[in-house]
Design a protein around this ligand. Structure first.
Ligand code: NIG
Ligand code: FE
Length: 406
C-alpha cells in the first residue's frame, strides 16, 4: 500500500547520523512544494514538484511537515499532582528545600505507591495521548516514583503497556531518583545494585538505567555504581547531572559509556569535553529551567565543543508539568540560543539517538518509519514563533493518521 503526502509547503528534516564531531547538529534539509511517499509504514521517497502515483493521498494544505517529535526524557507515570508546591515556590523555597520538607519527589512517591497499576496506566495513557496530539510520536519514560521494588516494577509495567499499545516507547529504570524516607543512603544504593536491578532485568522491564547525580541526591560514586550495575544487566546508562551543581556527573556518564547525559544547566568546559570525548549526547531540558526559574545551560557551547544536543520536555509533576515538546523547542531556541533548524534536529534525530531509535525514527529519509506531523504553520520559523498553542494539525505514525484537529 502506497500513500502520497502532497502539497507540503515546507518539508524540514534533519539528515544523516547524529554524533559527527564538529558538526554535532548535523544538517537540515528543507524542501519546498514537496511530497513524501510512504509504503507499508515506511518512507519510500521525498521530492519537490510533481508527486508520483499512489493508492491513497493526503493533502498537507501547503503547511510545514516534519518528522514526528521524539521526547527522549520524561517521567510520565506517576500518582497525584503537585500544584500545591506552586505557592511554596512563589514564596521562594527552592527545589531542594521542598524535597527536604518531605515534598517534591517524595510526595509523588507516596501517591504512586498508593495508586493501582490500572489507575497509573489510565492516567499515563491520557498524558501520552496529549503528547501525541502535540506532535510527539516517540517517547522515553522513566520510573523513579516508587523507590521500592514493587512500585518501580508497577511503574515499568505501565510503561510496557504503553509500549505494547502504541510502539515507540523506551523504558528507563530510575530507582536512583531520590532516597526512600528514613533509609541509609549506602544501604539503598546496595539494594538498587544487588536486588532491584537484577529483578527488573529478569522481567525485561527496562531498556535504560538512570540516576539523579547531583548535590543533595546521588553522589558521582553512587551514581557510577548504579549505572555499572545496570550495565551488567543489559541496561544502557543515562544520567541526570549538573542540574543543581557540577559534582562530576558528566565524567561518570563518559566513563560508563552513557548514551546521554541530561539537564546540564550548570555544565562547564571540562564537563563538555568529557561528554564529547565519551560520545555522550547532551539532553537539554529548557522547560524545566523555565518552570524552576533556573539557568538554561549553554547549548551553543555544547555544539561548539562537538557534543550533539537533544531537547526534551522532562515532563513530571514537580519540576515541569509540561508535555509540549514544541514549547520546550521555543524555550531552547530563545534561551539556549539555537536556531530553529538546530532545535528541530535536537527534538527529532538527536532525541531519537538519545534513546537508541535513530535507525528507525527522527528524520524524513527513505527507510525510516513514516512518523510525521503536519503543522498548522507555514514554515519552521513560524512553528517556533507561534508558541503557547498546539500547532500540530495532524499526526501520523507508520503513515496512518493517529490524531489531529479536524
Ligand atoms: O528531572 N531532576 C530530577 N528529577 C525530575 C524531577 C522530578 C520531580 O520533581 O518529581 C527532573 O526534573
Ligand atoms: Fe528528569
Amino acid at each position: 500500500m502506497k500513500r502520497i503526502f502532497t502539497n507540503i509547503g515546507e518539508l524540514a528534516t534533519a539528515t544523516g547520523s547524529v554524533a559527527v564531531a564538529g558538526r554535532a547538529q548535523g544538517t537540515l534539509r528543507t524542501l519546498h512544494g514537496a511530497w513524501l511517499l510512504e509504503e507499508d509504514g515506511v518512507i519510500a521517497a521525498t521530492g519537490e514538484g510533481t508527486p508520483p502515483e499512489a493508492d491513497a493521498s493526503v493533502d498537507c494544505g501547503g503547511k510545514l511537515v516534519t518528522a514526528g517529535l521524539v521526547d527522549c526524557h520524561t517521567h510520565l507515570v506517576f500518582g497525584g499532582w503537585r500544584e500545591h508546591e506552586l505557592a511554596m515556590k512563589l514564596q521562594g523555597r527552592s527545589y531542594l528545600e521542598i524535597l527536604a520538607a518531605g515534598g517534591g519527589i517524595l510526595s509523588t512517591v507516596r501517591e504512586t505507591r498508593k495508586a493501582s497499576e490500572d489507575a497509573l496506566f489510565e492516567k499515563a495513557r491520557g498524558l501520552y495521548l496529549e503528547m501525541l496530539a502535540h506532535g510527539t510520536t516517540a517517547v522515553e519514560i522513566k520510573s523513579g516514583y516508587g523507590l521500592d521494588l514493587e512500585t518501580e516494577k508497577k511503574q515499568l509495567r505501565v510503561v510496557r503497556r504503553l509500549k505494547e499499545a502504541f510502539g515507540g516507547v523506551a523504558a528507563t529504570f530510575l530507582g536512583a531518583h531520590a532516597f526512600p524516607e528514613g533509609m541509609d543512603h549506602d544501604a539503598y544504593v546496595e539494594q538498587l545494585c544487588t536486588e532491584m536491578i537484577p529483578a527488573i532485568a529478569e522481567e525485561g522491564l527496562a531498556d535504560f538505567c538512570d540516576a539523579f547525580c547531583d548535590e543533595g541526591v546521588f553522589t558521582a560514586e553512587q551514581s557510577e555504581r548504579v549505572l555499572n550495575a545496570g550495565k551488567r544487566f543489559g541496561m544502557i546508562p543515562k544520567l541526570h547531572a549538573d542540574e543543581i551543581r557540577e559534582i562530576g556527573g558528566t565524567q561518570v556518564a563518559a566513563r560508563v559509556g552513557a548514551i546521554s547525559c541530561d539537564h546540564l544547566s550548570e555544565t562547564g568546559a571540562e564537563g563538555r569535553k568529557a561528554l564529547r570525548d565519551g560520545g555522550v549526547i547532551a539532553v537539554m531540558l529548557p522547560a524545566t529551567s523555565f518552570y524552576l526559574k533556573k539557568p538554561y545551560g549553554d547549548f551553543r557551547a555544547m555544539i561548539d565543543a562537538g557534543v550533539p544536543v537533544a531537547v526534551a520536555t522532562d515532563m513530571n509533576p514537580g519540576s515541569t508539568p509540561n508535555l509540549s515538546l514544541p514549547f520546550a523547542m521555543t524555550a531552547g531556541c530563545l534561551y539556549g540560543q539555537l536556531t530553529p533548524e538546530e532545535i528541530l534536529t535536537a527534538a527529532t534525530l538527536n532525541g531519537a539517538a538519545a534513546i537508541g531509535m535513530a535507525d528507525t525514527r527522527g528524520t524524513l529519509e527513505p527507510g525510516k518509519q513514516a512518523d510525521l506531523v503536519v503543522w498548522d504553520a507555514d514554515n519552521l520559523d513560524q512553528l517556533i514563533y507561534r508558541y503557547g498553542t498546539n500547532r500540530a494539525a495532524a499526526v501520523f505514525k507508520k503513515g496512518v493518521r493517529v490524531t489531529g484537529k479536524e
